[in-house]
Design a protein around this ligand. Sequence first.
Ligand code: PSU
Ligand code: MN
Length: 307
Amino acid sequence: MKLESFIEYSQEVLEAKKNNRPVVALESTIISHGMPYPQNVETAKTVEQIIRENGAIPATIAIINGKIKIGLTENEVEFLAKSDEIEKASRRDLPYLLMKKKNGATTVAATMICANLANIEVFVTGGIGGVHREAETTMDISADLQELARTNVAVVCAGAKSILDIGLTLEYLETHGVPVLGYETKTLPAFYSRTSPFEVDYQVDSTEEMAQIIDTKWGLGLDGGVVIANPVPKEDELAPELMDQIIETALIEAKKNGITGKETTPFLLDKVKELTKGQSLITNIALVKNNAKVGAGIAVRLHKLKV
Ligand code: PSU
Ligand code: MN
């Protein structure tokens, strides 16, 4: 099978490619499994718009009817947002879903793979997966980390959530040579909060320099991704102490309900939303929008380095 037979581009992305414009990838698990309807559709559309306003072209990625879609129509976004028959698609799921002509919402790992196939170098999301708490016995380590270790896509996120073991997540990334860069911050943000007890590898204060570091990494032949951690805006932040408590409760609930595997992250996100009375969703939306701005800036600058 030829690679091209698996991939379909939206009109907008095709034109961007033809006119040599910078493109930013967006994931779809956040739409199907990360946020409720209708906030998921609204956020997906707004984020695309922010990317356009900041000089790049958005390419939301998903598996629809067995095809890797690079760029989605409004109807496709709506479908992913509403249907409860969308698989959560990570690296291991791609062959089956494509062969069976299924629908899948791509995780960070799968979106990186698809972006890379489409020559897209910058990808904006909310939060990456990581090493889960108690991974020393459960072995629950997100495939996102493996992907960051091997696939050349820069991922803009709001740091790592404390549903994860943030310290172990950073150790994993260090072992695999994945730079963790803080955008205007020297502490690693914890998704809902601007800070965590951990430091990033380097603080970088401009999208220009971010682009130069990414370009240098790949120029050296150092394969793998880069994590750009961008803190949630101050006005949308949730207090770290409050979130720690809530996350503890959510983790206990997950254990009680016997939640494991791919269900874990969506379950925890939903519980956190319930326990914060929807506040976490507002924060989640705000941070993704903020990441879109920074990600588009990096894509534009990275693109300039190549022409
Ligand atoms: N974190 C969020 N929202 C999300 C996810 C993570 O705040 O929607 C999704 C991403 O798609 C990420 C995936 O790639 O969860 C990780 O899942 P797992 O831990 O099962 O690898
Ligand atoms: Mn997992």
